[in-house]
Design a protein around this ligand. Sequence first.
Ligand SMILES: Nc1nc2c(ncn2[C@@H]2O[C@H](COP(=O)(O)OP(=O)(O)O)[C@@H](O)[C@H]2O)c(=O)[nH]1
Ligand SMILES: [Mg+2]
Length: 325
Amino acid sequence: MNAQTPIVLGVVVVVLILIGVYVFWRRSKGATPVEPIRRLYKTVGVLGAALGGPWDSGLDDSDWAEISEVLLAADVGVEASTRIVRGLRSAKPESLDDARGHLARLLRSELDDAPRMLRLDGELSIVVIVGVNGTGKTTTVAKLSYRLKEEGKSVIIGAADTFRAAAGEQLEIWARRVGVDIVTGQEGGDPAAVVFDTISAAKGRHADIVIIDTAGRLHGKKNLMGELKKIYKVAAGDGEVDEVLLVLDATAGQNGLAQVREFVETIPVSGIVLTKLDGTAKGGIVIAVEKELGIPVKFIGLGEGLDDMEPFDPDSFISALLEES
Ligand SMILES: Nc1nc2c(ncn2[C@@H]2O[C@H](COP(=O)(O)OP(=O)(O)O)[C@@H](O)[C@H]2O)c(=O)[nH]1
Ligand SMILES: [Mg+2]
């Protein structure tokens, strides 16, 4: 045995231990960070692929029809699709890259320029989450409280979905996991009373943000919109609610849009959270939503976990749609 062998072996063992510790540390942090837009896997490239096909032989009428079909299939909506194809035709693109550039610009011009950041600047900010049953409201409350807590804010959740006991229990589990306080009510109880209690608790504890979960349907003949108005009034107090976020399920497509008109007409919705974009190739619905409701998409949901929600960024979203597959 060479005299240096034990030293070499020692070094190898130490290096292996260090690699092990590093891997364990990354895992425990829930690492392998995923680039957010990559998680839109079903939508990535849908438009890029449509453009790639026809280019070999130049563009003719059937290609324009195909591009229009792909836009419609991605749920961009009839009016926006028509505008986009018209714009692209009149731009007379000379190459695939040229077409991609024009399409990116046209898609971007369909999206809002409104700020997408949450406006949470008061001493105690109130966020109310509304939407149809099953769209992802409760999950969004959990994801948002997680995000805000990570930013160093103290958050209290109000479980104002009193329609079924399980709703409160589901939220209690999330609250425990995130490590934030929660105020719950009785099953079948008055949701506005839960809102009142949550805000009182938040004031008492000098919390920064209250997030209110609400029901997507109610017991018996109780009118959901009437209850939401009451919730809004209590949440607003003497001022106004900082953010009313409407949760919309991207997989429901144009139907989902039709279902939310009543919400928008009843209370001042300030932003959309578009959930389940991980499960649909119809990501173009973002464009239809903003155009038809006139409200900016502020977050997108990309899965069921706490960090599966991202602020919506139009530019990276559009480049994902146009990616070559
Ligand atoms: N894939 C996926 N599932 C989601 C997303 N958001 C919510 N969900 C799931 O949708 C279902 C309904 O969510 P929930 O928050 O209870 O909806 P609520 O009735 O509006 O409160 C649950 O199984 C969630 O895990 C998302 O962005 N992606
Ligand atoms: Mg719920």
